[in-house]
Design a protein around this ligand. Structure first.
Ligand SMILES: [Zn+2]
Length: 257
């Protein structure tokens, strides 16, 4: 070995060692991520979603197990688990209860507090908001936050669920908005529940023709043929809409006779 190449090697050796150390560190990090010991911040950043909030309509029809899911908040890493369910026991109404899953970034004050509490909750990766806390979260100044565009449909949808009775017009608008504008992956879980709740509210307000048109639109959007996509309606949800349709048709015919 010539003197000059020995000189080069001794010069670059510290860098080589540095690169090797980084490689080992990266491998260690990957291993930790794979074994679930690190809830990699990358996972949140890539999806743009930091929390999943679950809520049910306040219509007195929800079973106990599903009602307990109202106000539950989970980390995305929890929701991503294959056997994740937001409630502790099975639905006593055979899946007829509506539970909405709303993904949010949550950049406004009240939401940031929830994100901090959730991350501090440790291994469970979940926490329960009281009705009051959920209401405060949704009444926060989200429209002025950097996540306004990302979180808009989720916030409006959650607010609609608890406000169906008090302000049905606002609920109708929010559900229509979710149906029309949910395009992002994190908003897609809102669409089927929005159809179900909108149909329910329209029926309760005796807006029969609108309700019937909505059920028909639902059936066209989710045909039974073809491959199933994530967040397609379940058989139970299709059945609920089919029952509504036949009742609405009878009511519509009765009105015209
Ligand atoms: Zn239930």
């Amino acid at each position: 070995m010539s003197g000059s190449s020995a000189f080069v090697i001794s010069n670059i050796l510290p860098y080589l060692c540095g690169i090797l150390a980084l490689l080992l560190l990266w491998q260690y990090h990957q291993k930790q991520v794979l074994t679930g010991r690190i809830q990699s911040i990358d996972i949140f950043d890539r999806s743009g979603i930091r929390i999943y909030v679950f809520a049910t309509p306040d219509d007195g029809q929800i079973c106990k197990a599903c009602w307990e899911a109202n106000g539950m908040v989970y980390l995305p890493s929890q929701v991503a688990n294959k056997d994740f369910v937001p409630r502790s026991g099975p639905c006593a109404n055979s899946g007829r209860c509506t539970i909405v899953m709303a993904g949010m970034y949550g950049a406004w004050l009240e939401a940031r507090n929830v994100v901090h509490r959730l991350r501090a909750a440790g291994r469970t990766g979940s926490l329960k908001l009281s009705a009051q806390e959920l209401s405060e979260l949704l009444k926060g100044n989200w429209e002025q936050s950097v996540s306004a565009a990302t979180d808009r449909l989720a916030v409006l949808m959650l607010a609609a669920l608890s406000g169906e009775k008090k302000n049905p017009e606002a609920a109708i608008n929010a559900y229509r908005l979710a149906i029309r504008e949910a395009k992002e992956v994190h908003d897609l879980p809102l669409v089927v529940p929005a159809y179900l709740r909108l149909a329910e509210v329209l029926v309760n307000m005796s807006r029969t023709d609108e309700a019937l048109a909505l059920v028909q639109e639902f059936e066209e959007r989710y045909p039974r043929e073809g491959r199933t996509r994530p967040y397609d309606p379940t058989e139970t949800q299709r059945g609920l809409m089919a029952i509504k349709k036949s009742r609405l048709k009878t009511a519509s015919v009765g009105r015209r006779a």
